[in-house]
Write a protein that binds this ligand. Structure first.
Ligand code: MBD
Ligand code: FE
Length: 282
């Protein structure tokens, strides 16, 4: 069943923008010290000036950039653009001194409040959900190896067509999204299906940039997770599949060797894999 469906830029962009504005806007309040913004804004602007001088950027190119920047906002693709090309460096800097599990970028498609499930559970999915079944189990501990009882694992992923519920039409609201509560030993065992690689929308501004630059639009197949427990740093991560397409050339630069799973087929054909999480103290 090789149906190629892509979420349009309009579908996924508008939802990702609304989602971000609903619970993530940061920033400094009035009266804040201007030093930090002065430093960062000045250096970004100066870096752009240097590129213009080094490459003799023309008025035609300047105007193309201007109209492209306008269209990114019109398409609602700022969350996509930033999370694909910028977030990985923010994540690297933010978590450089972590002792526990490596994490990676969140991306634009997390939704809080997914349905709660017990420690042994199947993610919400359709009857006959397409894709190879996957059983994903492990344990959540602190950095001294102590189990974190009742740790929360929020999972979200694309389906076998590479589409995310709430960011592509026609998929049940919480499909392949769930909040698993680990048991008293911090253990969990989640049944899901293997996601397909994800192609970022080709019909919007990010797609235009990709085509104009001769890049590809793909991320390797991945599971998203946020793992949390009281008194500990929440871990935002993604897990990939060994040998999967685009593991080596993720458009979002978010693969790390520690994040690659190698599921082995069990007797019933289900891929089985164990992966443990270690959370830093808060
Ligand atoms: C995704 O599914 C994703 O995880 C990221 C980081 C960017 C775009 C789509
Ligand atoms: Fe994703």
């Amino acid at each position: 069943s090789e149906t190629i469906t892509t979420a349009t830029a309009a579908d996924s962009g508008a939802s990702a923008t609304e989602r971000f504005l609903a619970d993530k806007t940061g920033g400094t309040g009035p009266g804040a010290d201007t030093t930090r913004v002065n430093t960062l804004a000045t250096e970004v602007i100066t870096a752009v000036h240097q590129v213009i001088r080094r490459h003799h950027v023309s008025y035609e190119e300047y105007n193309a950039l201007k109209s492209w920047l306008i269209s990114v906002g019109q398409d609602g693709e700022w969350p996509l653009f930033l999370d694909v090309w910028i977030e990985h460096v923010v994540e690297e800097v933010a978590h450089a001194s972590r002792k526990g599990s490596k994490g990676t970028i969140e991306g634009p498609y997390y939704v809080p409040g997914s349905p709660a499930r017990p420690s042994v559970a199947t993610l919400p999915m359709r009857e006959n959900e397409a894709g190879t079944p996957l059983r994903f189990k492990g344990q959540v501990t602190d950095i001294s190896g102590q189990p974190l009882a009742g740790a929360l694992l929020e999972m979200w992923q694309a389906d076998d067509d590479g589409l995310y519920a709430q960011f592509a039409p026609g998929i049940p609201e919480w499909n392949l999204r769930g909040s698993i509560v680990a048991d008293a030993e911090g253990r969990f065992e989640v049944t899901t299906v293997q996601p397909a690689p994800y192609q970022i929308p080709t019909d919007g501004s990010c797609g235009k940039l990709i085509a104009a630059a001769g890049w590809h639009a793909w991320r390797p197949a991945h599971l998203h997770l946020k793992v949390s427990a009281p008194g500990h740093e929440p871990l935002t991560t993604q897990l990939y599949f060994k040998g999967g397409e685009h593991i080596e050339d993720d458009i979002a630069s978010a693969v790390k060797p520690e994040l690659v799973l190698d599921p082995r087929p069990a007797a019933d054909g289900t891929g089985e894999v164990t992966y443990d999480f270690v959370l830093d103290p808060a």
